[in-house]
Design a protein around this ligand. Structure first.
Ligand code: C2E
Ligand code: MG
Ligand code: MG
Ligand code: MG
Length: 289
């Protein structure tokens, strides 16, 4: 169930190599070394309550600093890793690292970790999650796993069993990038999601004249609230976008308007029971209170 999203995106990676397959293999080799030699780290982006300005959650996002090529975006290397077993190792590392880091944060703040569909289908996921929680001491309800609709291409009985095991551990489940895949509503009927994350593509166009993106955001917020789920709107960058998503019922926002992804040190320095203040057209400021 590998994604094709990365095809073509990594051409820049090794333009001197003859074909795509060699480029992929070269990147995969480097990525194995990266995991073993500490070239990977996580950054954490705040999810903020619009009303209070408080940080309710931080999403862990993987970063790779290649010794020769510099930073490589997860949008390039995750799809490559998903074509091999390596995604399971990367995913386990991310879960353990994120849980260990979040265990020292204020208890009001959750951690969200992206889980690949390949990892979800690999059977070992519930045990890996249980171990990450036990090892870090993080409370299960402070861990949110972000899944995408691509998990539903697999065997539906196995999918249901994995859901049951994860919910049995007490972790929260979020449906990431909602609106970009097939977005079949039958997924929402049976799957135990606690949250829907509205894809940033809707925000990009929500301030435009045709208004359909804004209405779709409103409809997703309404749908998820009717199903007792939370909604996070991703990718809010500008004040006018924040106004639109707010007026359409959104309560939680993740985007550059509040904060880019932060290092673990920046999180500890900043996110200590304070609040974000947004001024029209000004930068966001964070005020400890
Ligand atoms: P995602 O899970 O949807 O994460 C949100 C992405 O949107 C992040 O990109 C974040 O930096 C970006 N973003 C947040 N706010 C804004 C904004 O206001 N404007 C814009 N233009 N972008 C914003 P990033 O870090 O490049 O990650 C891309 C994708 O890579 C993630 O999308 C996720 O699918 C995947 N990814 C990242 N880390 C992991 C990981 O640890 N495991 C797995 N399986 N996938 C990961
Ligand atoms: Mg995500
Ligand atoms: Mg997303
Ligand atoms: Mg994504």
């Amino acid at each position: 169930a590998a994604k094709n999203g990365g095809r073509g995106q990594f051409r820049f990676y090794a333009a001197d190599l003859k074909n795509e397959e060699q480029e992929r293999e070269s990147m995969l080799d480097d990525l194995r070394i990266a995991l073993e030699s500490g070239q990977l780290h996580l950054e954490y982006q705040p999810v903020v309550s619009i009303k209070s300005g408080a940080v309710v959650c931080l999403e862990a996002l993987m970063r790779w600093d290649h010794p020769e090529r510099g930073p490589i975006a997860p949008g390039s290397f995750i799809p490559i890793a998903e074509e091999s077993d390596l995604i399971n190792n990367l995913g386990e590392w991310a879960l353990r690292t994120a849980c260990e880091t979040a265990a020292s944060w204020p208890k009001s703040v959750r951690i969200a970790v992206n889980v690949s569909a390949v990892q979800f289908a690999s059977q070992g996921l519930p045990t890996i999650v249980a171990n990450a929680l036990a090892h870090s001491g993080l409370e299960a309800d402070r861990l949110e796993l972000e899944l995408t609709e691509s998990i539903f291409v697999g065997d539906s009985t196995e999918t249901e069993e994995t859901f049951a095991k994860l919910k049995g551990l007490g972790v929260r489940l979020a449906l990431d990038d909602f609106g970009t895949g097939y977005s079949s509503l039958s997924y929402l009927r049976s799957a135990p999601f606690d949250k829907i994350k509205v894809d940033k593509s809707f925000v990009e166009s929500c301030t435009q004249k045709d208004k359909n993106s804004a209405k779709i955001i409103a409809a997703i917020v309404g749908l998820s609230s009717a199903l007792n789920m939370e909604t996070t709107v991703e990718g809010v960058e500008a004040f006018d976008q924040l106004e639109v998503v707010k007026s359409h019922g959104a309560k939680l926002v993740q985007g550059f308007i509040y904060s880019p992804p932060l290092s673990d040190k920046e999180v500890l320095d900043q996110i200590d029971n304070g609040v974000f203040i947004i001024e029209p057209d000004g930068p966001s400021t964070y005020r400890p209170d």
